[in-house]
Ligand binder design. Structure first.
Ligand code: XMP
Length: 503
């Protein structure tokens, strides 16, 4: 495996995904957590960083267990750090580079630069630059503004690039990473098929004849986990799918049906009334979240108790969740999977078959396991569901209104082929009424908001530029068909400063 030492750059995970796309297994670990005795390591990459190497707070680590022992590639800060600790100079100066640049003076005999042509486009993003190269460092590529865009250290298998090979704007980025993998002698055996086979094997060895339960949410991660574990241990896996009354229209039946042909053992539980009772009169978003989360655990526990001899709880935790929880630098997004406190409370061991996979890999695995495309490519949906899209108090009648409106919006996104352009979409029911006129009658009804965003990871998002004709059609259809709504508005706020959800 390749180890990527994370110095806190926003693109560190992207480096990992690119290596995986090249069919090589890699792990991302904090910059100071390299474990020298791990004999599976065949190469090391140093990531970029939000810091300058000269900052007091800059992350520093001892590379003596790494340099000269493994092939090493420093990217951006990683490259500058190697220069900095080797007696070279990194300065602010007037050669800051952001965005596009062209590589020139490429030393073609260098193995990292194999098959890279002059004037290839690369993507730069650094305020500092290398101004003085230590002894034995040789420049292997330049750009118009920067003499040392890439270097090699003579006598060592160590390279540095000041640009970012992992971002898609660096057109020859994959080739550079591929060349580095060749230098590492990496076997290209990380594929969905291999992953599925070896995971099934491991699950069988690990779980034996034990019994496992899993909370199915209908989302991609829990679904793919379920199918994978089911392939390994068959009906020793029981999936519990709870209708909390805050799912999308017909979601409960659709999900149960969607898994029928996959042979999963699913217990569907209608707990709508319980949740509506618990939520009656509650207005605050955090309070609602807590009630929904606690209610979920309560119902899940009740059902689990009915099953005998369960030893394991399966969860759809994926690799970014693990990296976030390890990271000392990362900004944590919400963890969507961990069903707060359940494993300890119920005295269960945890099994997380997707803990090594990035989201795109989870989808590949799902596809290969025969799951339907609409299940694999679904938008994310928050755990508390429509509960945080009904602003203020939740009532069954409001849920009905929102389900109808949401169903029109999402179905039409599919029909107009806009579903996959949008990262997440839904409707929000506002706690206000406005005046309208239908026929000769004055109406005084609810207003709903259409929310659709583009994003890659929910950390930042922009409002989706949906066609006016599409929006006109949705507005019309919702007002005509959904009793209780007489006004539709479109949310044009980005995140930050707004958030994707309204609560
Ligand atoms: P925000 O509103 O913070 O949402 O921009 C970012 C992403 O997280 C989802 N979200 C949640 N998911 N429980 C969840 O499992 C929650 O309480 C929750 N709140 C927001 C949201 O749908 C978006 O994808």
């Amino acid at each position: 495996k390749i180890v990527i030492l994370d110095f806190g750059s926003q693109t560190t995970q992207l480096i990992g995904r690119r290596l995986r796309e090249l069919n090589v297994y890699c792990e991302i670990i904090p910059y100071n957590k390299f474990y020298p005795k791990d004999n599976l390591v065949i190469g090391v990459i140093l990531s970029g960083s939000p810091f300058s190497v000269k900052d007091m707070k800059a992350f520093k680590t001892d590379l003596s267990f790494i340099r000269g022992k493994y092939p090493l590639l420093g990217i951006c800060y990683g490259a500058q750090y190697l220069v900095h600790v080797s007696g070279g100079k990194v300065d602010k100066g007037d050669t800051r580079e952001y965005g596009r640049a062209m590589l020139t003076s490429i030393k073609k005999v260098d193995p990292l630069m194999k098959n890279i042509a002059d004037y290839s486009q690369v993507w730069m993003s650094h305020g500092d630059t290398i101004t003085y190269m230590p002894k034995h460092f040789t420049v292997i590529a330049s750009t118009e503004n920067v003499q040392c865009a890439a270097y090699h250290i003579e006598g060592e298998k160590t390279w540095g690039v000041q640009f970012h090979p992992e971002v898609s704007h660096t057109e020859i980025g994959m080739r550079i990473l591929d060349n580095f993998l060749t230098i590492c002698n990496a076997k290209r055996d990380w594929t969905s098929t291999n992953f599925i086979n070896s995971t099934i094997h491991q699950l069988q060895a690990h779980l034996g004849n034990d019994k496992v339960i899993l909370a199915l949410s209908g989302g991609v991660d829990s679904s793919v986990s379920a199918v994978l574990i089911n392939k390994a241990i068959g009906n020793n896996l029981t999936c519990i799918f709870i209708d909390n009354g805050l799912l999308r229209k017909n979601e409960f039946d659709k999900v149960l049906k969607g898994y029928e042909h996959l042979g999963l053992n699913i217990v569907g539980i209608d707990a709508k009334d319980y949740f509506y009772r618990e939520l009656a009169g509650v207005k605050g978003p955090e309070k609602k979240r807590k009630i929904i989360g606690k209610g979920f655990i309560y119902i899940f526990e009740q059902e689990a108790k009915k099953l005998k001899d369960i030893q394991w709880l399966a969860q759809g935790t994926i690799y970014p969740d693990i990296i976030e929880s390890l990271s000392i630098t990362g900004t944590t997004i919400k963890s969507h999977h961990n069903v707060g406190g359940l494993p300890e409370k119920m005295n269960l061991k945890l099994v997380e078959p997707l803990r090594l996979l990035f989201k795109d890999e989870v989808r590949y695995v799902g596809r290969e396991l025969g799951m339907e495309e609409h299940l694999i490519m679904r938008h994310p949906f928050p755990g508390p569901g429509l509960g945080i899209r009904i602003l203020g108090e939740i009532t069954p009648e409001k849920v009905r209104i929102l389900q109808e409106a949401d169903n029109i919006f999402v179905s039409r996104l599919y029909e107009w082929n806009l579903y996959s352009y949008v990262w997440q979409a839904g409707v929000v029911l506002l706690p206000i009424k406005s005046v309208g006129v239908m026929g000769d009658e004055r109406t005084y009804e609810n207003a709903v908001v259409l929310r659709a965003v583009t994003s890659t990871d929910a950390m930042t998002a922009d409002w989706a530029r949906l066609p006016y004709d599409f929006l006109a059609k949705i507005s019309n259809e919702i007002i005509n068909k959904v009793k209780g709504v007489n006004r539709v508005v479109y949310d044009i706020s980005s995140k930050p400063p707004s958030t994707i959800e309204w609560e």
